[in-house]
Structure formats: C-alpha cells, structure tokens
Design a binder for this molecule. Structure first.
Ligand SMILES: [Zn+2]
Length: 82
C-alpha cells in the first residue's frame, strides 16, 4: 500500500468493527492482524475513502477479485452433480 490517508489506521479499525471482521468476499472472519480494506467503488472510478465505500476483505480475497485472476477463483466450490 503506497497511499495512506491521515487516520487510516483508525479508519481500518472502525470498518473492521462495523463489519464484525467479516470478509465481504467469502463471509469468513478476517484476522485482526492481517486484513485489507476493499473499496466498494474503486478509486480509479471515483470511489473515496469514506466509511461507506470501504469494507473488510482478506488480502487474498481482495487480490483474487482483480479481473486478471477472477477466472481462477474457487473452482472447487462448483457443484459437480447438479
Ligand atoms: Zn475472504
């Protein structure tokens, strides 16, 4: 992360508390030691650092969402029988 707005640490904790530490991608608890904040609307599309535009995500889940790797996400969860 190269861009850290003022008070980012506080923001991180606030969002973590708000989302109960639940990763929005996979719905599982993210570790307080290592979690990312994901922008609902990416900065490049005009999204800001306001609370409503941020949500908790595992670093891995967050990265897996980039278009380049989307195809490889959770292949084992696809039902094979129905
Ligand atoms: Zn996750």
């Amino acid at each position: 992360m190269t861009y850290l707005p003022k008070g980012w640490k506080k923001t991180r904790l606030r969002i973590y508390a708000r989302d109960h530490g639940i990763c929005w991608v996979c719905g599982r608890l993210a570790s307080l030691d290592s979690y990312d904040l994901d922008h609902v609307i990416a900065r490049q599309y005009g999204g800001g650092d306001e609370d409503y535009n941020l949500r908790v995500a595992h670093p891995g889940c967050n990265r897996g969402r980039t278009p380049r790797r989307q195809k490889a996400r959770l292949p084992w969860s696809t039902p094979s029988r129905w």
